[in-house]
Design a protein around this ligand. Structure first.
Ligand SMILES: NC(=O)c1ccc[n+]([C@@H]2O[C@H](COP(=O)([O-])OP(=O)(O)OC[C@H]3O[C@@H](n4cnc5c(N)ncnc54)[C@H](O)[C@@H]3O)[C@@H](O)[C@H]2O)c1
Ligand SMILES: O=C(O)C(=O)C[C@]1(C(=O)O)C=C[C@@H](O)C=C1
Length: 366
């Protein structure tokens, strides 16, 4: 029998999940709903969903319901769904970046015959909207599930089976643990990246050249600041208790480096960077998601015209897609470095082989 999947919220994550679910279950019928009509029309015309629903009531016929809106709106959607006659045994999940308040809200489904399992696919992008959706967005990423005590193993397996097309790695966590971990490796960095952009913007008012000079390092560390302010407002509001002590600890860390500098403690400054480098270098480099969203390959390129089109052309002939490309260093007369990002490890390995066969020197991220 054809399973019906209802997705509320057709943005980057709702759209990407729709594509991944379809890849894993080509016969599934995907029904989409979004408050924003433009998003719904786009999802239909891009064939990301099979049908658009007029309202959340479309969820009444669904076997699975995926809520993919910003966290605050997801809570509203949960309240509204609880007022409908959902199918007996329907599995409801969300994708919110915080889990505690969502899991607490799940009590609205008590006695409804439907079951709620919190979820968070830990991969994404600074882009938002259905047009940025990608079937393979979650490949190899961690997909956290936070089932409550009423969720049986077979219900959990049912949901994991629905989501198998994501090719993600499922990880079961308590909601509070999830929020602490995500606070540290995702939410705090997001605040810092955005604050850094403010810092440079302020300075740029006096010295406009500053922003124009903003290059590699600044762009790398602040890419995420281009993400949706609505989504991030909700994340901060719903992870406030975790984030406040983290911000305090962060201020102390900045104070620590400030002291080292004041005291001209060059050994201490070296140790500060040495410890960071050694820890950063040990991060799993092939792991997608919270830590490293891309498979990166670095290519040494000589400084002569046409070299970039040669590299991209060699890969295009072999049908290898590049998801991102950046010239990291290119000065007249010296070798440059090209950073190529791929969707998957297999693409990266194949690209490396192709380029090395054509005498390019390549190396992977440490
Ligand atoms: N962007 C990421 O990197 C990422 C990664 C993992 C999880 N998440 C989580 O996924 C959720 C969605 O994020 P996104 O990046 O897809 O955002 P998005 O802005 O691309 O899409 C959100 C969509 O939800 C719709 N929406 C809002 N309120 C709604 C409602 N009441 N009913 C129906 N639709 C509604 C919006 O119109 C929009 O189209 C958020 O909770 C976010 O925390 C995001
Ligand atoms: O890669 C990015 O652009 C992201 O910010 C993705 C990211 C993250 O912090 O890793 C952002 C929030 C989501 O909850 C999950 C993933």
């Amino acid at each position: 029998m054809t399973k019906k999947i209802f997705i509320a919220g057709l943005g980057l994550i709702g759209g990407s999940l729709a594509l991944a679910v379809k890849a894993g279950h080509p016969k599934a019928e995907i029904i989409g709903f979004d408050l924003n009509e433009k998003a719904m029309k786009l999802a239909s015309s891009l064939q990301i969903i099979d049908h658009a629903a007029d309202s959340l009531a479309g969820a009444e016929e669904a076997d699975f319901i995926i809520i993919a809106a910003p966290v605050e709106s997801s809570l509203t959607v949960m309240d509204e769904l609880a007022g409908l006659s959902l199918k007996e045994g329907a599995v409801i999940t969300d994708v919110g970046s915080t889990k505690q308040s969502v899991v607490e809200k799940a009590c609205v489904f008590a006695g409804s015959g439907a079951i709620f399992i919190g979820g968070h696919p830990m991969a994404g992008s600074h882009k938002s909207g259905v047009e940025a959706s990608r079937e393979r967005l979650f490949e190899n990423a961690f997909y956290v599930l936070t089932p409550g005590p009423d969720v049986t193993d077979s219900m959990l397996i049912k949901l994991q089976n629905l989501l198998r097309g994501t090719k993600a790695k499922f990880l079961r966590l308590e909601a509070a643990d999830h929020d602490r971990y995500a606070g540290l490796i995702s939410h705090l960095p997001h605040i810092i990246a955005s604050a850094l952009v403010h810092e440079v913007e302020e300075a740029g008012k006096e010295e406009p050249l500053v922003q124009q000079l903003a290059a590699g390092g600044f762009r790398d560390i602040t890419r995420i600041a281009s993400a949706s302010p609505t989504m991030w407002r909700d994340i901060l509001v719903h992870n406030k208790e975790t984030l406040l002590p983290m911000l305090e600890s962060w201020k102390n860390r900045l104070h620590g480096i400030e002291q080292l500098l004041r005291e001209d403690d060059s050994e201490g400054i070296y140790a500060f960077f040495e410890r960071a480098k050694s820890s950063r270098d040990k991060l799993p480099s092939r792991q997608k998601g919270a830590m490293l969203p891309f498979y990166d390959l670095f290519v040494d390129i000589p400084d002569h015209p046409g070299v970039i089109s040669d590299v991209t052309g060699l890969l295009a002939v072999q049908n290898i897609s590049i998801t991102n490309i950046r010239i990291i260093e290119a000065r007249e007369g010296i070798m440059g470095v090209l950073r190529l990002s791929f969707r998957s490890e297999s693409d990266l390995i194949y690209a490396k082989q192709v380029l090395e066969e054509h005498m390019y020197e390549t190396y992977e991220a440490p």
